[in-house]
Ligand binder design. Structure first.
Ligand SMILES: [Zn+2]
Length: 106
């Protein structure tokens, strides 16, 4: 089971965006990388091409970041935390915050 899911709030632990927070926009196939809003922005230069009506210039786009560089921020205690797992009384598996014990899946 993945410890990070889409729409999670995460903290970046390493790299250029270390210390920044963002929302997980999507997970990459394979499950080892994620695209996080405004994190790991890649500047892409495009050449103008009038025939294709492309203006050219610099486009900024998120590039994927490894999940091992991310930590989930708990919505209950608002702190970056390691993720544990627990079962609800109905047998459903949920992720829990190791700091406050709150549920990460709502
Ligand atoms: Zn917590």
């Amino acid at each position: 089971m993945l410890h990070i899911k889409k729409n999670d709030e995460v903290l970046v632990l390493t790299g250029r965006d270390r210390g920044k927070k963002g929302k997980v926009l999507r997970l990459y196939p394979g499950g080892d990388r994620a695209v996080v809003e405004k994190i790991n922005m890649l500047r892409k230069h495009t050449r103008p091409n009038p025939q294709k009506n492309i203006k050219g210039g610099v486009v900024e786009k998120e590039s994927p970041i490894y999940l091992s560089n991310l930590m989930v921020i708990c919505r209950e205690c608002d702190k970056p935390t390691r993720v544990g797992h627990a079962f609800l009384s109905d047998g459903q598996k949920v992720r829990i915050c190791k700091k406050c014990g709150g549920t990460l899946d709502k």
